[in-house]
Design a protein around this ligand. Structure first.
Ligand SMILES: [Zn+2]
Length: 290
């Protein structure tokens, strides 16, 4: 079978699959996907582009993904710092696909020439992302605007409650320093809740290994402070965390960056809010040195 027929079959398959829904939406990473399915509900067929368990920063779309994107109505992405490939390919997409950068209107944290793409780690900024998704849905499917606005209102209320809970429970703790063995994921979260994150990485993506010097400095700091716990990130082998934990006699806990979910997590039906609540539990445990 040549490539044309494969493309045609895939197109027919995805067209048939979406029957009955008003709009077909492709979300690049998990936060976009989860917010979009909560706003689109019965009227949007939302697909997560990232396969389960795949690391989000190094992801590039496959030919099959390109078929899905070109036959969709809306492509939601988090900005050119998170998905640079969307920027590169958007000019080649048919005009029937509305490409929406859901970080619009959000001021990003800068480090030199790089901007921090992890806006969703702050539930307050997640509300702005939800607004941008709602606006994109209404533009493509205006006759259902009331439906999307109402779903968005309900979901944003949940985000407000999440924010208030995190704010209240973390403000009761004296300790504000978190040692995180992953890349720089929690900048916006730290800013919102007045925490300090120390990481051996100097990068907004997990592509570079931490240097031995940074690891040594971190080990010294942990020993001096007498921490009992350090944190590791999702979906990546926590070898730096294990090494630091061994050297410092500390235990490791997960802080989930919510870029993407494992197969098991997706199967369990967990959403952004559940994962952020799990993060809150682990943070409280670690910061109380329990
Ligand atoms: Zn990241």
């Amino acid at each position: 079978m040549n490539r044309f027929f494969i493309t045609l079959l895939l197109t027919l398959f995805f067209t048939a699959f979406s029957f009955g829904k008003n709009i077909k939406v492709i979300a690049t990473i998990f936060p976009n996907y989860d917010f979009a399915r909560n706003i689109g509900k019965e009227k949007a067929e939302v697909t997560l582009l990232l396969p389960p368990g795949v690391e989000a920063h190094s992801y590039e779309p496959t030919p099959r993904d390109m078929v899905r994107i070109t036959t969709s109505d809306i492509l939601l992405y988090t900005g050119e710092d998170m998905e640079p490939w969307v920027h590169r390919m958007s000019k080649n997409l048919p005009s029937s696909v509305a490409v929406s950068d859901i970080s619009q209107g959000i001021e990003k944290i800068k480090d030199g020439d790089h901007k921090d793409p992890h806006i969703w780690t702050d539930p307050v900024l997640a509300m702005k992302m939800a607004d941008n998704i709602t606006a994109a849905f209404i533009k493509t499917d205006p006759k259902n605007s009331e439906y999307y606005i109402e779903n968005s209102r309900i979901y944003k209320n949940k985000l407000i409650r999440l924010h208030q809970k995190i704010d209240r429970e973390l403000s009761e703790l004296d300790k504000r320093d978190v040692v995180f063995s992953g890349h720089m994921v929690f900048g916006y979260f730290a800013k919102r809740y007045n925490l300090t994150f120390t990481t051996p990485y100097r990068s907004f993506s997990p592509d570079a290994e931490p240097t031995p010097r940074r690891m040594a400095e971190l080990i010294k700091t942990i020993k001096k402070r007498g921490d009992s716990y350090i944190y590791f990130e999702e979906l990546i082998d926590p070898k730096s965390a294990k090494l630091i934990a061994r050297e410092t006699q500390t235990k490791i806990l997960l802080l989930h960056g919510v870029h993407n979910l494992s197969k098991e997590e997706l199967k369990s039906g967990k959403g952004y809010i559940d994962i952020m609540e799990d993060n809150l539990k682990n943070l409280k445990r670690g910061l109380k040195n329990e």
